[in-house]
Design a protein around this ligand. Structure first.
Ligand SMILES: *Cc1c(COP(=O)(O)O)cnc(C)c1O
Length: 376
């Protein structure tokens, strides 16, 4: 069986987890959490990074920091994971969907401005498959209309746009370290804060509404409840696990990119003959090999393809029923403009196995099996 995903594991995870256990510090914000925060800040030249319990909670924090008022709107793509939309609702806003671009499956930057109303307060972009959105155009729109930008960079840890790390380009960036992502701590994530004015409130939101972080730094002599908040601190056990993987971040990235490139080179001829479509990476984007997708002719062919691959013991998956057609999407959100690509493109897309340590033998087997499906 060639599994669709195997969570990353580099070997030092258990040793670091053991260190955390033996230090008798297993709750949040201990040595390993601080090491991970500092590593991410240095590697991505980020003003401030706070490890969180998930990518979803990082998004929740970002939206809460925006302080939406009832009826305030946030523009986002419908082709994304539910968390991008639920976080807007948690933050008190209304999600407004616009269409995607068919080449990258990212939000279509040219359709954002038509969806802006006097209630629009922010744009939530998703760097799908670790390929950055057209950020220069999006920043220009945000400046013109005084909007915040939240980057859902759950899939884009180590990706860049014009040399800048994804997550550090907008006002807030949100990473995920779920087991399906490039680096994992089981469940976990991180919030990137690019304007230092938000540092203090972010710490308070993350610490159940208390100013405990300030207390631990010795800036105040007792801590107290000062604002709304939640529990967004991951345990040291999870942070220790992640620390092992951050130490080998480049190795993991190179390995994923090599697998991605092999798929790309192998399927280029098939794409040229119009059997399939393969990912487009714009020249200003450096991706992280998060995902390799192909697009088939239609939903029917995709269903046949997935069944064929399963028969050959290869796990292939599709994802994202567009959020505007999901039950909660219909209840809480609206789609602005035409759905030209969101539904039709999402129905054709399928993801091939890609994970750290996928063997050459398995990779070649997947490639040969895909070719056979098309009679190549
Ligand atoms: C994985 C993912 C999330 C959620 O991250 P969790 O860590 O699972 O909460 C949010 N947005 C996108 C685009 C994702 O891929």
């Amino acid at each position: 069986m060639v599994a669709f995903n195997v969570p990353p594991f580099v070997g030092d995870e258990l040793e670091y987890v053991e260190q955390a256990v033996k230090s008798h510090k297993i709750s949040g914000d201990g040595t390993f959490t601080k090491k991970c925060n500092a590593w991410l800040e240095n590697k991505f030249s980020a003003q401030k990074v706070l490890l969180t319990t998930s990518g979803t909670s990082a998004l929740d924090m970002a939206m809460l920091l925006c302080k939406f008022k009832a009826g305030d709107e946030v523009i986002l793509p419908s082709y994304t994971f539910s968390s991008t939309a639920t976080s807007i609702i948690v933050g008190g806003g209304v999600p407004v969907f616009v269409d995607i671009r068919p080449d990258t499956m990212n939000i279509d930057e040219q359709k954002i401005e038509a969806a802006i109303t006097e209630r629009t307060k922010a744009i939530a972009v998703v760097h799908y498959a670790g390929v950055a959105c057209e950020m220069d155009a999006i920043i220009a729109i945000a400046k013109r209309h005084k909007l915040k930008i939240i980057e859902d960079a759950a899939q884009a840890v180590m990706s860049t746009y014009k040399g800048k790390a994804c997550g550090t380009i907008g006002d807030f960036g949100c990473y995920s370290f779920h087991e399906t992502k490039n680096y994992s701590m089981g469940e976990g994530g991180a919030l990137v804060i690019n304007d230092p004015d938000y540092n203090e409130r972010a710490e308070i939101l993350r610490e159940k509404g208390t100013n405990r972080s300030k207390f631990f730094r010795g800036q105040i002599d007792k801590y107290t409840w000062v604002d709304v908040g939640d529990s967004y601190l991951p345990s040291e056990l999870n942070a220790a696990y992640l620390w092992a993987q951050l130490q080998q971040a480049d190795k993991i990235n190179d390995n994923r990119l090599a697998t991605w490139q092999k798929y790309y080179d192998a399927f280029k001829p098939l794409a040229k003959e119009n059997f399939i479509e393969i990912p487009v990476v714009p020249p200003e984007c450096k991706h992280n090999g998060h995902m390799f997708w192909i697009k088939l002719k239609n939903l029917e062919e995709r269903t046949k393809f997935i069944a064929y691959m399963r028969e050959k013991n290869i796990g292939c998956v599709f994802h994202y029923v567009p959020l505007h057609s999901a039950p909660a999407g219909k209840k809480y959100c609206r789609f602005q403009g035409d759905d030209t690509y969101t539904t039709s493109e999402s129905e054709r897309l399928v993801r091939l196995p890609l994970h750290y340590g996928l063997t050459q033998k398995d990779l070649e087997y997947v490639i040969d099996t895909v070719k056979k499906f098309f009679g190549w």
